[in-house]
Design a protein around this ligand. Structure first.
Ligand code: ZN
Length: 124
């Protein structure tokens, strides 16, 4: 794991490297509708674009597709006794959250992502 995380806050460290989850509705990007890119808060790799962001009603920023398939890694997570699919940044291994197959989007995907794991770069 390539941890360049000296600039991360304790809250961000909890999400990215201790697999925490921010309280629903608390995230700063939840209602952000600006055009731009969401990047990994730890390493800056682009993860999601604003045009795939949607309001899933869950309280976490949701996207139906990553900016680039190669930029996110997924793996099985059995932490809660059920199988979920964990989503990580492919470059630094930061935990982003989980992806579910229950959205109304064309591919059925819902990447349910912690705001604390993301930084936003507005399009100019
Ligand atoms: Zn990263």
């Amino acid at each position: 794991m390539n941890q360049k995380n000296l600039h991360l806050s304790e809250e961000q460290m909890n999400i990215c490297f201790r697999k925490g989850t921010e309280p629903p509705g608390s995230g700063k990007w939840l209602h952000n509708k600006d055009a731009g890119s969401y990047v990994c808060v730890n390493c800056g790799q682009e993860l999601f674009k604003s045009d795939t962001k949607f309001d899933s009603g869950t309280g976490w920023p949701s996207f139906w597709n990553p900016a680039n398939k190669a930029n996110v890694t997924t793996q099985n997570d059995f932490e809660l006794g059920v199988r979920r699919t964990e989503v990580l940044c492919s470059q630094c291994g930061a935990h982003l959250s989980h992806v579910f197959d229950d959205s109304q989007k064309p591919n059925g995907r819902r990447y349910c992502i912690n705001s604390l794991a993301l930084d936003f770069k507005q399009k100019n």
